[in-house]
Design a protein around this ligand. Structure first.
Ligand code: SF4
Length: 208
């Protein structure tokens, strides 16, 4: 398993790379990327609405108040390079400084480095976190409202349309955009994960 230290170094490297490249609020690159992510932002807010309407009570009670959160206590949650880009595009300078500050100091705790006193420090959570629901929460909520299973399944399908590279997807396009500008990051899983490269290869063969 990757150590906390190298995890933070990788995260910090990606953060500084993205901040440096997207530049000022008026930059052309920032505008181009903002146009690219518009559909994803709508999806994210749809997922937020669904979760806060149906799961916030149980998640607050079970995880945050009792401090038992299975989601945020993980070491080294997976963040895609595109997660970093999207979040930094919508974050203000203070939020970016807060992310940078936690990555620059040693994380001695057992919680995710990004978990602050008031919750996650990301303005827009990484997709893996946003779309994670533990079995206990799902079972409790779905037993009361089984119709929600269908809604959640539809959201998971939408998620894949941005992240699963068996077709051209946003997360891959964002990486390619930065690669074309000469950047490289270990978080560019669409370009360096053997599993995802295989998904892309099989899709190419399917479409040939
Ligand atoms: S990134 Fe945020 S939501 Fe995800 S595990 Fe860390 S604190 Fe929790």
């Amino acid at each position: 398993m990757i150590s906390n230290q190298s995890y933070q170094e990788e995260q910090l490297e990606a953060l500084l790379m993205v901040v440096g490249h997207i530049g000022t609020p008026e930059s052309r690159i920032r505008r181009e990327l903002q146009d690219m992510i518009a559909g994803y932002l709508s999806f994210h807010s749809e997922a937020d609405d669904f979760l806060s309407e149906n799961f916030s009570d149980i998640c607050n009670e079970k995880c945050y108040r009792s401090n038992l959160s299975a989601c945020c206590s993980r070491e080294g949650i997976i963040t895609f390079f595109a997660d970093v880009v999207v979040n930094l595009l919508v974050s203000d300078p203070e939020e970016i400084s807060a992310l940078r500050a936690v990555l620059e100091k040693e994380n001695r705790g057992f919680k995710c480095v990004y978990l602050g006193n008031n919750g996650c420090l990301w303005r827009l959570k990484p997709v893996v976190c946003e779309m994670f629901l533990c079995d206990t929460a799902k079972n409790k909520v779905y037993s009361r409202k089984p119709g929600l299973i269908q809604e959640w399944t539809a959201l998971k399908k939408k998620e894949k349309s941005f992240t699963w590279p068996d077709r051209p997807v946003l997360f891959d396009k964002i990486e390619s955009y930065f690669k074309a500008a000469g950047y490289s990051s270990s978080l560019m899983y669409m370009h360096n994960s053997p599993g995802l490269l295989r998904v892309k290869k099989l899709a190419k063969m399917r479409d040939a």
